[in-house]
Design a protein around this ligand. Structure first.
Ligand SMILES: [Zn+2]
Length: 154
């Protein structure tokens, strides 16, 4: 059986479409954790790790996702920015998730920092990504890690 996103593309499952072109589709998440959370997919099925996509497909997906994000910014009066996340452990069909950042309207013409109050560190992926800062890390530890990562092939 086709994956749920392919079923949406083929009209076998309903969806609340917010934008579409020949190759891509954007629809509201049916499990939103904030108003207007949106899923953006290529109509063609690709496995869900975005960084395994061919550059051309990834860039086109990001370009379409940007257009959708701007629509969300425009629609929601309290949103100056929308965040994009690639995870892919919910459905194995590559998708970008868009999260309108409600309450950011005051930053639209004048950037201001917004701090998080979250106090969590992740030893393992918990089924979601958080972008909050945690405690200041030791520079010697960071330098050693950076050196090892730099040595990896690309
Ligand atoms: Zn699919």
């Amino acid at each position: 059986m086709a994956c749920v996103f392919c079923q949406i593309v083929h009209g076998e499952l309903p969806s609340h479409v917010v934008a579409e072109n020949d190759e891509f589709l954007a629809f509201l998440s049916i499990y939103p954790n904030t108003l207007g959370a949106t899923v953006v997919i290529p109509k063609q099925h690709f496995s869900s790790y975005a960084f395994n996509l061919d550059d051309e497909i990834l860039f086109k997906l990001v370009k379409f996702t940007k257009q959708v994000a701007k629509k969300l910014d425009l629609y929601f009066e309290d949103v100056a920015r929308t965040a994009m996340v690639f995870e892919g452990f919910g459905v194995d069909h590559v998708h970008a998730k868009l999260f309108p950042m409600h309450g950011t309207q005051h930053t639209q013409h004048h950037w201001q920092p917004i701090k998080s109050l979250v106090d969590l560190y992740f030893d393992q992926y918990q089924g979601y990504i958080s972008s909050h800062d945690y405690q200041r890390e030791d520079d010697a530890k960071l330098a050693a890690l950076a050196q090892k990562i730099r040595a990896m092939p690309h």
